[in-house]
Design a protein around this ligand. Structure first.
Ligand code: ADP
Length: 218
């Protein structure tokens, strides 16, 4: 049986969110993205969002207690009963240990961890070049997948903008946070025999196909 908890690991810009969305659609299981949930809390100016905002804009990680709390709450919802994808969580060893305890308490088996690998130069291009439509959310990249007209969405003419944490200084900090706090998780899951590496330098369709084929057989 396919593992109920699937964890998408990988540095910022690896394409975790894009791939998690495809897998989520294919298997009809929810995609739980801590980045998206935190951005929503920031938009809604909740107390939690106020704490998260400064950290996120600086490219630093949001404290473990906050992130673990929102994940635990989300996973308790009924649509997670058949399984779920964790996108961008866990990102620290403390979060990984929290996931272990949570899965055990809920009687779910060990997670499957998909580590999406992309080298440093390509990551920088993806992150610094990323632009998002302010109307429909479509994502472009000025180097790799530019819109037809500068700064404007092909679909609806919406203005394209940059995520505040895609500014250069924040990107440097996010990559540093990944190296120091998240990369050790590769070893953590490898030792448990739960890790599968995926080449994330290819186009999104090729990666999604490989992931879905693999998960169909898992
Ligand atoms: P990316 O993977 O490209 O950095 P995300 O949308 O996953 O983008 O995350 C954006 C920001 O949200 C992170 O830089 C961090 O501040 C915060 N965040 C997301 N997930 C976590 C997490 N599991 N633990 C701590 N902070 C997180």
């Amino acid at each position: 049986m396919r593992p109920q908890a699937q964890i998408f690991l990988g540095p910022p810009g690896a394409g975790k969110g894009t791939q998690a969305r495809e897998v989520s659609k294919h298997f009809s299981i929810p995609q739980i993205s801590t980045g998206d949930m935190l951005r929503e809390a920031v938009r809604n100016q909740t107390p939690l969002g106020l704490v998260a905002k400064a950290k996120m804009e600086a490219g630093e990680l949001v404290p473990d207690e906050i992130v673990c709390g929102i994940v635990e709450e989300r996973i308790s919802e009924p649509d997670c009963r058949r399984g779920f994808i964790l996108d961008g969580f866990p990102r620290t060893l403390a979060q990984a240990e929290f996931v272990d305890r949570m899965l055990q308490a809920k009687g779910k088996g060990a997670p499957l961890v998909l580590d999406i690998k992309v080298d440093g130069d390509l990551l920088l291009k993806r992150l610094t070049g990323r632009r998002t439509c302010s109307v429909c959310g479509e994502i472009y990249n000025i180097y790799l997948n530019p819109p037809k007209a500068d700064g404007v969405c092909d679909k609806d003419g919406g203005k394209l903008g940059q995520r505040p944490d895609d500014e250069e200084q924040a990107i440097r900090q996010r990559l540093l946070a990944y190296e120091t706090q998240t990369r050790p998780l590769i070893d953590y899951y490898q030792r448990k025999g739960l890790l599968r590496e995926v080449d994330g330098s290819r186009g999104p369709e090729a990666i999604a196909k490989e992931l879905i084929d693999f998960l169909e057989k898992a």
